[in-house]
Design a protein around this ligand. Sequence first.
Ligand SMILES: Nc1ncnc2c1ncn2[C@@H]1O[C@H](COP(=O)(O)OP(=O)(O)OP(=O)(O)O)[C@@H](O)[C@H]1O
Length: 348
Amino acid sequence: MSSLILQGVSYHYSAMQVLHNLDLTVGKDEIVCLLGASGCGKTTTLKAIAGLIETNQGSIFIDGKLVSDEQSFVSPEHRNIGMMFQDYALFPHLTVADNIAFGLNKTNKEQKRARVDEMLKLVHLTGCAKRFPHQLSGGQQQRVAIARALAYKPSLLLLDEPFSNIDTQVRFELIADIRRIIKTQQVSAVFVTHSKEEAFAFSDTLAIMHRGKIAQQGSPEALFAMPKSKEVAEFLGQGIYLDAQALTATEYNTAFGVVKSQVAHTHKTKNGQLYIRPHQIELACKNCDENSQAITILSRRFIGSAYVYSVVIAEQEIEVAAQYGQSFEKNEQVIIKIKPHTVNFFES
Ligand SMILES: Nc1ncnc2c1ncn2[C@@H]1O[C@H](COP(=O)(O)OP(=O)(O)OP(=O)(O)O)[C@@H](O)[C@H]1O
């Protein structure tokens, strides 16, 4: 059974429509990341799931139980949700242990202490029980926040940019640690970020949001290799578009030669555009193939192990790394070859 289902959810702030008929599914023990540009409606979606706003349309189910539709609304405290919002600070006047115990009012004193100890151990803060939040680092405070959110065994955890205030040096360590904690507690989670790197590191599944809708949901690998729309392709990584004609299920004619796909596609129309990412482009010396269209190296920069070259291909500027051991000069004429890959072809 899915832990969370949103069906056709819509929401507007006054006259501004923010969520448009949004569908989202989170499986049992799955961590789904809502990833999208600023303002696309990620936080509003979390608020709708938490019950902090009442949606105008659509249904929300948590663990199979209807919590919101046009006729019914279950209040936030009855949804069994743990939250770690960006501005969901710890109580400064309470110790670490008391912060974690805060949501455990219904259990007796002994059970409460045992659960707090268990959570402190889980987040590796056993020695910090009596400290106050200001005596902890940012990363430690977020560990307390996750311990507090998980202490009362929620069915679903909502995390809104919990890592954005953490130093980049320790951020990815903390991400791995909090992922491990969530996995050991077997809780489903929805995580909001606008960072692809955080999303890849933290989640099982990505749900790319665009203008108040889920544009595509799937594993990071599937979305990266087979985006269904230009928005998803562009969001997951920089690239260029090349006009192309599908010759066969695996071959596309472009101004830079025939591009081969490693998987077969079916096409409704032959004309369209290929989305090509930098790592799929190879630079070669001009006399390697006199018949190919030449381009000019605009600039180059050294990145330690190789050079990265700035070039213009089909009127779009892009940076391309050269093969190991190869180097070109500024203003040199080169040709490009597109390596065979899982082609992304968008029909016109
Ligand atoms: N309380 C509010 N009243 C009016 N408009 C709002 C309110 N909260 C958010 N909005 C607007 O709704 C849209 C979606 O906001 P939301 O916070 O959900 O986006 P987001 O994807 O989480 O953005 P970010 O990544 O910047 O946090 C934005 O255009 C925002 O300005």
